[in-house]
Design a binder for this molecule. Structure first.
Ligand SMILES: [Cu+2]
Length: 395
């Protein structure tokens, strides 16, 4: 049976300016920003940049990354460009409620940046097929209202571009409750403040917790076959005059066939047959975030993001508390009646699927080395594919 096609109406003349403003701004007379306002916080990102992910055995996986072209040189012993170019792409930290202008340069064909979980206007949200893809510069504008853990990624030919590494941490920092009117960002690794409901709060800005050390567990898996594909591999042709032509759909792609053979924890890789635990010393940029050291009586904040297409199961060998999910602090007004932080006793597994984020708090009481286990499970069968191991060291 033929699929009925609903004809699309013409755009009436009086709607044409809005149509071009909101549908094709990058190509309409060189518009580079929709409804621009004076920003209070700016940053730049450049994609794509080629990057080699180096495996422990010296093997290399070609990745695509998003560059922070304004980042300074890294201090020794880090590689000079480690803060500019890395995988995951350099973290973005934004003060809560800042009016952001992001100067995004897309080169090597078109890309976007999607600010996952921030909820900008649709034209600033970087979802290619519901807005537009960008060639050259575009200034995204948004205002993150909720402090928490997000991430940013390319949304062009997303299945491939995200898997190739075009993503990074996007963190929205709440103000210090002692100076709530001062916008701040905190150093990655801590110390800082994170959103957590506070029963003694007087002001909304009191719903935070101070942490001493920050960890980031961003597990991902890689199908190295995909890393030989081209930029537009298996993209569907969107022909408005023939939207259901079978010839315009992928018939023989492999992007529906994900068989990871390399597993990554915040940029630190292992082949599928290499169970070696991940240590802080292994990678000077990401190691301390993956295998943190925290003192008795201090507070550890662990940000957990599934940056993968498969299911991840996390088990900590130390008591924790879940304080936020998907960039929203549990129990924080005005939606406080719907959720609350909850304990996560040592040994209690939890599972995240693609793009889910949990923020955990650990307040250690006893020195020791506590295991952190991340199991990668096939998204269809649930079969265990790989187990990544690292530690929390309490001193
Ligand atoms: Cu892209």
């Amino acid at each position: 049976m033929a699929i009925p096609i609903i004809p699309r109406g013409d755009v009436p003349p009086e709607e044409i300016p809005a149509f071009f403003n909101f549908t094709t701004p990058p190509t309409n007379g060189g518009i580079k920003q929709v409804d621009p306002l004076t920003p209070t916080f700016t940053f730049a990102r450049n994609l794509l940049v080629d990057f080699d992910l180096v495996l422990p055995d010296g093997g290399r996986v070609p990745m695509w990354i998003i560059e922070d072209s304004n980042a300074p040189d890294a201090p020794p012993p880090l590689p000079k460009d480690a803060l500019r170019r890395n995988f995951p792409s350099p973290a973005i930290r934004i003060p809560q409620n800042a009016l952001v202008r992001a100067d995004v340069l897309c080169q090597g064909n078109t890309h976007t940046i999607h600010w996952h979980g921030i909820e900008p206007t649709p034209m600033n949200d970087g979802v290619g097929h519901t807005s537009f893809e960008v060639a050259g510069h575009f200034f995204y504008q948004f205002q993150p209202r909720d402090a928490g853990t997000y991430f940013y990624h390319c949304h062009k030919n997303t299945v491939l571009h995200f898997e190739m590494g075009l993503y990074g941490l996007l963190l929205v920092d709440p103000p210090d409750p002692a100076n709530p009117s001062v916008p701040v960002t905190y150093p990655t690794g801590g110390p800082g403040f994170a959103a957590r409901v506070n029963p003694a709060a007087v002001a909304l800005t009191d719903h935070v917790i101070h942490y001493d050390v920050e960890a980031a567990w961003v597990p991902d898996s890689i199908d190295s076959r995909w890393h030989l594909l081209g930029h537009d591999a298996f993209m569907q042709i969107s022909d408005p005059n023939d939207p259901v032509n079978p010839a315009n759909f992928t018939q023989d792609g492999i992007l529906n066939d994900f068989r990871p053979d390399i597993f990554v924890l915040t940029g630190i890789p292992r082949r599928i047959n290499d169970p070696t635990p991940i240590t802080a010393a292994e990678n000077p940029v990401f190691g301390p975030l993956v295998a943190p050291t925290v003192g008795v009586g201090q507070t550890l904040l662990a940000r957990v993001i599934n940056a993968d297409y498969i299911i991840q199961q996390f088990t900590l060998g130390i008591d924790a508390e879940v304080i936020a999910m998907d960039g929203r602090g549990l129990g924080i007004p005005p939606f406080h009646q719907y959720s609350r932080p909850f304990p996560l006793p040592a040994g209690t597994p939890f599972r995240l699927t693609s793009a889910m984020r949990w923020d955990l708090i650990v307040k250690p009481t006893t020195p020791g080395v506590y295991p952190v286990k991340i199991e990668f499970l096939n998204q269809i069968t649930g079969r265990l594919l790989y187990t990544a191991r690292t530690t929390i060291t309490v001193v």
